[in-house]
Write a protein that binds this ligand. Structure first.
Ligand SMILES: [Zn+2]
Length: 103
């Protein structure tokens, strides 16, 4: 689980997931109040996480020959698993590293 880069306190799983669901990577630390950015531990992981859910859906659909209904049930399950793992693969930063890289 990631630690605040400013005060060093460990964030709760819930804090990361709730803010991921809001589609924001900028979150104020619940302990010291400083803005932190949720960033992947590495660029490789970032790319992996962009493709993995879509890849899994395609593979599972092919293997199990799912009906459309099955796919609709599968997608929320995969999103749930993804969100469960996601906070363990992130770190917190004082800077928005993603936007620095794009500059
Ligand atoms: Zn903090």
């Amino acid at each position: 689980m990631p630690n605040c880069e400013n005060c060093g306190r460990q964030w709760k799983w819930k804090t990361i997931v709730l803010n991921t669901l809001k589609f924001t990577n900028k979150v104020n630390c619940p302990y010291c109040g400083k803005a932190q950015y949720i960033v992947p531990k590495s660029r490789k992981q970032n790319a992996l996480f962009s493709f993995l859910p879509a890849f899994l859906i395609i593979v599972v659909t092919l293997i199990f020959d799912l009906e459309v209904l099955g796919t609709f049930l599968l997608v929320p399950a995969l999103i749930f698993i993804f969100l469960g793992i996601y906070p363990f693969l992130t770190k917190l930063s004082n800077e928005d590293e993603a936007s620095i890289g794009e500059r």
